[in-house]
Each structure stands twice: as structure tokens, then as C-alpha cells.
Design a binder for this molecule. Structure first.
Ligand code: NAP
Length: 253
């Protein structure tokens, strides 16, 4: 590890890496010297364009997109196995893929509940399971799970999402205790409101109201979150584990 390349020669697997926070993590990890395999679900063109751009910008590094629905056990297992095959070494898993299907609980259809739980929470099992033993055997590495302010504090209209993200935090703490002795850290990152497609759908008046609750009156950027994730992925964070670190501009203090 050098000061300017804290992820030099590390191998990362990032789910949901084709846009938003995941894409910012992929971008920064490559800039910090890593090889990256990233997942996407529906937008192959976008994923391939990102991989082409970053491969050209970082000759000699690997940046490989793989399609998989992480809520599907079979696809997730295939994704994990293929990802390992593309990397010379594997050090860091970033479980980032997620969706929201906001609605009041009284109106929530079972499909909405299952899609949110399946993509955000079940994927912790389906993706992490095949990738855990390589880290444990290597006796080193990091798992970073993207949770949310919603999982820490609960947000009306997001019962399924809050439940999934709170579940991620519990999963993170328990797994950190299980594998800490093997030199593998497990942390959750809980973003507040970040400028991505996920928040772009929000009505303007609601966005303005939420900004008024943030001390700096602004949403965060995907790069803000990527810097935290890449720090947790590096040796600099080797003594941090089992934490849920909120990155919300002080939305809740
Ligand atoms: P985003 O811009 O909507 O991007 C979502 C990513 O996840 C895309 O790459 C998408 O791939 C992928 N994805 C969605 N469903 C998937 C599935 N079933 N299987 C595999 N990949 C799937 O989201 P974001 O805002 O960057 O959010 C990233 C993470 O941060 C999520 O876990 C989210 O819950 C969390 N978060 C976001 C915010 C925020 O304010 N943005 C706040 C707190 C937490 P395709 O494009 O190919 O479909």
C-alpha cells in the first residue's frame, strides 16, 4: 500500500456497480490501484460503457462487468464464482446493490415487500456466502455492506427498506464477530440522502424539505460515500469492524 494507491493490487467485487454509489466505488477503487469486478442487473449498455471507460483510463488494471440478479440465489452464486475467476486475488466485497419501492405499509403489496427484502437483504446471504471462505482462508480482507439512514432510524413509507437495511446492520455486526479472528473486517455504511437515480425520483418539494433538515442543506454525492467505502476497504481501516457508519451530512444528530 502506498499513500496515493491505498488499494494497490487489491481485488474488489462490487454489486450494483453500474451507476450511483456503486459506480463511484468502482471508479475510485481503480484510481486507488485495485482490480474490480462489478455487478449490474438490467442496464448492460451502461455497465459496459463504464467498464470500457475505466479500462482505458487504467491500463493494466481489470474492470469487468457481470450481470446478475442478486436476489436470485442461483444467479448470485454464479456471479460470485465468475467474479473470482476474473481476479488474480480477491480481498474486498462491497454489497451495494439495492432498490427502494416506497409506499405506506397499509398500501404495500407483497411483491413490493419481497423485492425490497430480496434485493437488499437476501443478497447479503446469496452474494456473501460463496465469497466468504476465500477471505477466511486468506486470513485477510474486508466486507462492506451498504445500509442506510433508513435502517438506523426508520423512515415512513420505507417499512420494507428500513427492515432490510436494519437487517444488514445486524448481519454486519454478527458476521464481524464470527470472522474477526481470521483478520477479515465487516462494516456497514449507512448513507443519508445521496444524489443518485434513487433520489432523483423524489418530488422537488420533498427534496427541498429534506435538504432543510441537513445542517449543510445539501445531499451528498456518490463520491462522498465512495471515499468512506474505499477507506474501509484499505489497510488503514484494519482496526475498524462491526460498525455501521452513518454518512448523511448530519441529517440525524
Ligand atoms: P442506484 O443509483 O439506483 O443504483 C442501483 C444499482 O444496483 C445499479 O447498479 C443496479 O443495476 C443495481 N441493482 C438493482 N437491483 C439489482 C438486482 N436485483 N441485482 C443486481 N443489481 C441490482 O442506487 P444508489 O442510490 O447508488 O444506491 C446504492 C446503494 O446505496 C443501495 O443499496 C441503496 O439502498 C443505498 N443507499 C442509497 C441512498 C441514496 O440516497 N441514493 C441512501 C442510502 C442508501 P442496474 O442499473 O443494471 O439495474
Amino acid at each position: 500500500m502506498t499513500d496515493d494507491l491505498p488499494l494497490a493490487d487489491r481485488g474488489l467485487v462490487v454489486t450494483g456497480g453500474s451507476r450511483g454509489i456503486g459506480a463511484a466505488v468502482v471508479r475510485l477503487a481503480l484510481a486507488q490501484g485495485a482490480d474490480v469486478v462489478f455487478g449490474y442487473h438490467s442496464d448492460e449498455k451502461r455497465a459496459q460503457a463504464l467498464a470500457d471507460e475505466l479500462s482505458a483510463a487504467h491500463p493494466g488494471r481489470r474492470c469487468v462487468p457481470l450481470r446478475a440478479d442478486v436476489s436470485d440465489t442461483v444467479e448470485a452464486r454464479r456471479f460470485a464464482t465468475e467474479a473470482l475467476g476474473h481476479l488474480e486475488r480477491f480481498d474486498v466485497l462491497v454489497n451495494n446493490a439495492g432498490v427502494t419501492r416506497d409506499t405506506l405499509f397499509a398500501r404495500m403489496a407483497p411483491e413490493q415487500w419481497h423485492e425490497v427484502i430480496g434485493t437488499n437483504l437476501d443478497s447479503m446471504y446469496t452474494v456473501t456466502k460463496p465469497l466468504l471462505m476465500p477471505l477466511v482462508k486468506q486470513r485477510g480482507g474486508a466486507i462492506i455492506n451498504i445500509a442506510s439512514t433508513s435502517g438506523l432510524h426508520g423512515i415512513p413509507g420505507q417499512t420494507a427498506y428500513s427492515a432490510a437495511k436494519a437487517g444488514i446492520i445486524g448481519f454486519t455486526k454478527a458476521l464481524a464477530k464470527e470472522i474477526g479472528a481470521r483478520g477479515v473486517t465487516v462494516n456497514a455504511v449507512a448513507p443519508g440522502l445521496i444524489e443518485t437515480d434513487m433520489t432523483a425520483e423524489m418530488p422537488q418539494d420533498k427534496a427541498e424539505f429534506l435538504k432543510s433538515l441537513i445542517p449543510g442543506h445539501a445531499f451528498g454525492t456518490p463520491e462522498d460515500v465512495a471515499h468512506l467505502v474505499c477507506f474501509l476497504a484499505s489497510d488503514r481501516a484494519r482496526y475498524i469492524t462491526g460498525q455501521a457508519i452513518e454518512i448523511s451530512g448530519g441529517l440525524v444528530v
